[in-house]
Design a protein. Structure first.
Length: 530
């Protein structure tokens, strides 16, 4: 309830009155201070994949993604240095001006473990080109990457490198953005995988002089692939196993100390979505939760712990259609109701997904696209109809409530809580004042409960049942006398959903527009000394 968190503000406002010390002149005054005027509703949860409206009441329509694996998590291109050394096969060779003296194409393999790629489309990444020239003439280096193209144009760069020597070669460097480039990795003959091609042509300076080159004069060209991320890949993506546990924590449920909640019949669906054109198998090994009291409930279902197959996606770029495998948990095949009613703050899902469990059965035609995802989605749909029976919620706040008794200070007082409640739940509010050793030194109960809407009357402006309540939380002189010993405050609310006709706590539907309007003010008697 929203009122729990406002108590600290009220106490702090009331107790921290300070003034200058003079010869004592003492009198008492009464203070009435408005503190809170606010309204709590569920309207912000509608249409955000949490709540929907039906026949005047709220429904839970929860859609969440538990995990989502994209293309670059499945096909990772390692940073790679492709080094080529080029030299003449002759012991001596005359290099004449303007004449190509080296032309050589090489194939170098990317180390990809079990992955065998034919083609990729680069989303982002760079090529760093470094050229080392030991020849005694300026040279033009034309670097062609025959399998690398963008908009149908093959990658080709020409670099002018000054003359050098074996002891002191000249160096030229450049970085090229590969974003949007397609890389063919099938090699010169088109029958290889992970094969990166380079074609280097070195031409002597047309305006230079003839020089002698020996077979010990090697020209070096390094091509470094850095930070490649891909939008598309085709080939065989290997036999990969992804196994992990996903933890989902709902910390707010840790505040529940006791009592029970009753939910309606519920359907929970786990949907495995495969947007990759590759066969896979999956297994949900366990789903469990643990509440604030340490009670663990494991979800039971015939499919849990048993592997099931996932078909490849179909279609292509604009027509890609993921395959889906749906596991449905309901009251007929599982203990889903007991699982949810455990109010587990700590939830764990264990899973295992294996790609290509049968090997390269596609003949290297696996495909993954920019929009491809391997996901597990959670869907929950049920009426927002809750029954609460002595459901106790606690929250603890650290405080410093010391006051100066020789100056202006509080003698006694009360907090006045006025509510208009359109929710079908009543609440008893209680405060526990705790000292530094963790001992409760005072317990303060509200003079009455916040009444549930079903005990109120129809409000014409909203067409909702609304119950008005006035609750006092009295701070006696005894409480105020040792307020300086209080180091934390526990705020406790006990919720019930009582049927007025029979006095039994039952499931209650929450009407669209339900709200809790809160007005909070203080009334204190202070002693003033000047």
């Amino acid at each position: 309830m929203i009122t729990m968190r406002y108590t600290l503000l009220i106490l702090t406002t009331a107790l921290l009155f300070l003034s200058c010390k003079k010869e004592n002149t003492v009198w008492e005054t009464d203070w009435s201070i408005p503190v809170i005027n606010d309204t709590l509703s569920l309207i912000n949860l509608v249409n955000d994949s949490t709540l929907t409206e039906s026949s005047g009441f709220y429904n839970v329509d929860l859609n969440r993604t538990l995990f989502d694996i994209n293309v670059n998590e499945l096909v990772e291109i390692p940073d790679t240095v492709i080094s080529g050394a080029y030299s003449t096969p002759f012991s001596t060779f005359v290099v004449n001006p303007g004449i190509p003296f080296i032309t050589e194409e090489q194939e170098l393999e990317l180390v990809m473990n079990d992955i065998q790629l034919k083609e990729i489309l680069v989303k982002q990444g760079t090529i760093d080109v470094t050229i080392s020239n030991p020849v005694g003439t300026k040279a033009l280096f034309n670097i062609v990457l025959p399998g690398v193209s963008k908009n149908g144009i093959v990658f080709s760069e020409t670099y002018e490198v000054n003359l050098g020597s074996n002891a002191n070669p000249s160096i030229a460097e450049n970085t090229v953005d590969l974003s949007g480039y397609t890389i063919d990795l099938t090699g010169i003959a088109g029958n290889k995988r992970n094969s990166f091609r380079t074609l280097v042509t070195v031409t002597a300076d047309p305006n230079g002089t003839s020089v002698i080159m020996t077979n010990t004069d090697s020209v070096y060209v390094d091509v470094r692939l850095n930070g490649l991320q891909i939008d598309y890949a085709r080939g065989y993506f290997g036999n990969q196993v992804i196994s992990d546990t996903t933890d989902i924590d709902f910390g707010i449920l840790d505040m529940i100390q006791s009592g029970a909640i009753d939910l309606p019949a519920t359907t929970v669906k786990f949907e495995v979505e495969n947007g990759i054109k590759v066969g896979a198998s999956a297994l949900l090994s366990f789903i469990k939760n643990e509440n604030s009291l340490g009670t663990i409930v494991s979800l039971s279902h015939p499919q849990l712990g048993s592997a099931f197959n996932i078909d490849p996606a179909t279609g292509s770029w604009a027509s890609l259609s993921p395959s889906q495998k749906l596991l449905v948990f309901d009251d007929a095949n599982s203990n889903v109701k007991a699982f949810l009613e455990n109010l587990g703050a700590k939830n764990s899902v264990g899973y295992r997904i294996e790609m290509n469990p049968w090997g390269n059965v596609s003949g290297g035609t696996d495909e993954i696209f920019p929009q491809s995802r391997l996901k597990v989605n959670l869907h929950v749909n049920m009426p927002l109809k809750l029954g609460t029976d002595a459901l106790v919620v606690r929250d603890t706040f650290e405080v410093d409530l010391s006051q100066n008794t020789s100056s202006t200070h509080v003698l006694s007082g009360e907090m006045l809580l006025s509510t208009s409640n359109a929710f079908p739940f009543s609440a008893d509010v209680k405060l526990y004042l705790v000292n530094s050793s963790g001992t409760i030194i005072h317990t303060i109960s509200g003079t009455q409960k916040i009444q549930a809407s079903q005990f109120g009357s129809l409000q014409a402006s909203t067409n909702l049942m609304v119950a008005d309540s006035d609750v006092k939380i009295i701070l006696s002189e005894e409480v105020v006398a040792n307020i300086g010993d209080v180091k934390s405050i526990i705020i406790e609310s006990q919720f019930d959903s009582t049927n007025p006709s029979n006095g039994v706590n039952e499931q209650m539907s929450i009407p669209v527009g339900a709200f809790l309007a809160v007005k909070l003010r203080t009334r204190f008697t202070t002693q003033n000394q000047f």
